[in-house]
Design a protein. Structure first.
Length: 314
């Protein structure tokens, strides 16, 4: 029942061919739209069941970035109609308005984040975040000169994607290995990172290594700014759930040859870590910037009704 686009999108998300919390959310909405368009369901109940199955398939790819279930929820909750044709149209509309909101949110948070950056500032980045880079882009568009110290971000080196994007915007980049982060903090004005999920207590779940960087930044007096549209707020944490940290394959850390040479040690490869709120200065969203401790107010406003898992309903 799950269509080919959904299967290939799910595979690409799992393999990180499609990656980054916002990009994953967009791809998931696109895939649900494709499922709706291609459906040959004979009646509304069959159509809804297909959409739920497609959503489950996409949901099961990666566990940490809440933008993925938030995106699936958005499309499924907006299904509306008494016939397959009207249901299909509602899915297409929902996917389109989801994409519009995502783009607008990123633009708006970029403007807000840019207000924190002064002409001549240097930012230190970790991993690759489109929300974080939107702040840099808006600052440049305001005529500010911005430079960047870009952390490589092992094991998958997403810092290279950041450097490539900054190169296209003519932002001078200094690339460093992750372990040089603390040494170069003296030369930067901000740490600027994205988020995969934000918990109700203001904890930031982001690429592994973020917490170490944030602790060092606090010690060095460098403000830590997290750029995260409200799609990254994790509603389940309002009711005490914790965010699952994805463990990825050991081959990302050690090649087969290296593993054999080292006597097959155990390898742990968490993709994310949790930065406690006391190490974060501001969470920049499209609704304004918030001290992490107050993000719960916004979360209640947006998700206070609690969450459902529309893909599990029969
Ligand atoms: O939504 P945007 O800001 O683009 O990305 C947010 C976060 O998603 C990425 O995770 P991964 O590379 O998919 O594991 C990084 O942790 C990044 O900070």
């Amino acid at each position: 029942m799950v269509n080919e686009d959904v299967r290939s999108t799910a595979e690409d998300i799992a393999e990180m061919e499609i990656r980054g919390a916002a990009t994953i959310a967009r791809a998931a909405a696109d895939a649900l739209e494709s499922q709706a368009r291609a459906s040959d369901a004979s009646d509304p109940a069959a159509f809804r069941a297909e959409m739920r199955e497609a959503a489950r398939h996409l949901r099961d790819t990666r566990p940490t970035a809440v933008s993925l279930p938030n995106s699936l929820r958005y499309v499924l909750r907006n299904l509306d109609g008494e016939t397959v044709a009207t249901l299909r149209a509602s899915a297409v509309d929902a996917a389109e308005s989801f994409r519009d909101q995502l783009d607008r949110a990123q633009d708006d948070l970029g403007e807000i984040g840019a207000n924190r950056l002064r002409d001549g500032d240097v930012v230190m980045t970790h991993c690759h975040s489109t929300d974080a880079l939107a702040c840099v882009k808006a600052a440049i568009d305001d005529g500010k000169h911005i430079e960047a110290v870009v952390k490589e971000t092992r094991p998958r080196k997403q810092g290279h994607i950041t450097a490539e994007q900054l190169r296209d915007w003519d932002v001078p980049v200094t690339m460093i290995v992750d372990n040089a982060g603390r040494r170069y903090l003296d030369e930067v004005d901000h740490v600027l990172v994205g988020a995969d999920s934000i918990a109700a207590d203001g904890s930031v779940i982001n690429k592994v290594g973020t917490s170490m960087l944030a602790v060092s930044a606090r010690e060095r007096g460098v403000p830590v700014m997290v750029a995260a549209q409200t799609l990254k707020l994790h509603p389940d944490t309002l009711t005490g759930h914790t965010v699952e940290i994805e463990m990825r394959d050991e081959t990302e850390v050690l090649s087969d040859d290296d593993r054999e040479r080292l006597g097959s040690p155990d390898v742990e490869n968490p993709a994310f870590d949790v930065t406690p709120p006391r190490y974060v200065d501001a969470i920049v969203t499209e609704r304004g910037q918030f001290p992490p401790e107050s993000i719960v107010t916004l979360m209640r406003e947006l998700y206070g009704d609690g969450t459902t898992e529309p893909w599990t309903e029969d």
